[in-house]
Design a protein around this ligand. Structure first.
Ligand SMILES: [Fe+2]
Ligand SMILES: [Fe+2]
Length: 140
């Protein structure tokens, strides 16, 4: 990869890392703040997903560092749902955006011939699709 291509990839991975950092806070907040009967089914799920997002943020940081970049500490926008349904809806939106972004970044890594990054992103994508499926199942 040229210097410019490496920078493009690092910037892309940092964009995902920001979104993962936002997801950690958002899902943990939802874990703490969900109340009432219907929260019983999602309380643990919010926490479990937050921990998985932490894993993604960490994987991205490791790869960014390996590529010679600096992992961002900047979080994306965190949204706060008031009801369980609203929480699931805004979390699902965050997942849909992540899925779209990871698909684009997989293509970028492929184009640049970076197999390691591509495979890492594919693993993360599998996890995000499972998150989105869980939200959709609960919302329907
Ligand atoms: Fe994630
Ligand atoms: Fe996710």
């Amino acid at each position: 990869m040229t210097k410019k291509q490496t920078k493009e990839l690092i910037d892309a991975l940092n964009e995902s890392r920001s979104s993962e950092l936002a997801a950690i806070s958002q899902y943990m907040n939802h874990h703490y703040e969900c109340k009432g009967m219907e929260s019983l089914t999602v309380k643990d799920l919010f926490r479990a997903q937050a921990l998985e997002e932490m894993g993604h943020a960490e994987q991205l940081a490791e790869r960014i560092t390996a590529l010679g970049g600096i992992p961002t500490l900047k979080s994306g926008t965190v949204k706060r749902g008031k009801t369980v349904k609203e929480m699931l809806k805004i979390d699902c939106e965050l997942e849909q955006k992540a899925i779209k972004r990871y698909k684009a970044q997989i293509k970028l890594a492929e184009k640049l011939g970076d197999t390691t990054t591509r495979r890492m992103l594919e693993d993360i994508l599998i996890s995000e699709e499972a998150h989105a499926d869980a939200h959709e199942a609960l919302l329907s």
